[in-house]
Design a protein. Sequence first.
Length: 198
Amino acid sequence: MKTFEKIKSDTFYFDSCDGCEAKCCDGRYGSLFAQIILEDFKEVSEYFPILFIYGELGYLKPVILLTNGNSLCKYNKDFKCTIYENRPSICRNYPLSAHLDNSIYIDKSCPALQSNNGSKIIENEKILNDFNTYDFNNYQEKYINMHIYFDKFNKEENLKPIIFLNNVMFYSFRNSFDDYYINLQMNSLKNLDKYYNI
Ligand code: SF4
Ligand code: SF4
């Protein structure tokens, strides 16, 4: 299971995925869905269903459904990503993860993480350039902008339940309101196929 911890002053190296059975892409190890921000919508809509869940305070959170909860991501073949150049930012960032308080988290269960072997990915809470993505540049502001954006559409009658997986209900908008992001969300439903147990 993933065990993300806030990075303090540690230095981490990333060695290699060789020999790992891609636990980071596997629903059986907790990879079911991932939250996205507005900047992610266009690219992920080509490959994954974008759906919404309700946060604790009733806000709408857009997510991508990565797996069906029982197997590897459908884009993983022989433990390799077949859409590597177009994989979502959540996958690019892994084993690092951006957080609402603008701190960085790391999944210490990833076997490629080493204390002194491979490519250095983070040092003194700073991500090395090759591993830095737009997510880590003021994630808090992007996250809040995303919430504010969808809040104006957040009415019960605008949303319909689509799929219930691992005790989570996922929703879609019923119509696009001629809105760029909701259009992308609705178009992304083309990716909601039998793989997700529909
Ligand atoms: S990133 Fe980590 S968990 Fe994912 S395939 Fe590589 S070694 Fe395995
Ligand atoms: S898109 Fe690629 S890296 Fe991401 S979960 Fe699927 S197979 Fe893994």
